[in-house]
Design a protein around this ligand. Sequence first.
Ligand code: UDP
Ligand code: MG
Length: 138
Amino acid sequence: MEKTFAIIKPDAVERRITGKIISKIEESGFNIVAMKKIWLTKKEAEGFYAVHKGKPFFESLINYMSSGPCIAMVLEKENAIADWRKLMGATNPANAEAGTIRKEFAIDVEKNSVHGSDAVDTAKYEISYFFSNLEFCE
Ligand code: UDP
Ligand code: MG
């Protein structure tokens, strides 16, 4: 079964909507096979978002992602990578479809409440960045 990596970002944890987001994940048929609360250092956030280094939003993104705790999760489902991206909605909530998490909860294009891997190789890398084999329940 396909796995993907998900984060409930600091803006959502701070507003105490992690339960609402997790409900949507479970109602959509994903199994949460690993989960933990983690407060990223700037260095850890920079490593995670290394592909965006040099972009105009990078520094602000790193400050935001290290501003408070996140919930990191591994989600499992057939077609998990594409289906989680679909449930998240577009990066900018102004462009997100109705019924998506970002449409319902995101504050703006940066504080957009959730992260999801965008391909098989990035899912693999991101899962291993946050979780060891001992942390999976399958
Ligand atoms: N981001 C931002 N401004 C932008 C684009 C992205 O602040 O113009 C932030 C936002 O939090 C986004 C993250 O950087 O989720 C990673 O960007 P990406 O393009 O990978 O979007 P995602 O894959 O999260 O939809
Ligand atoms: Mg991305």
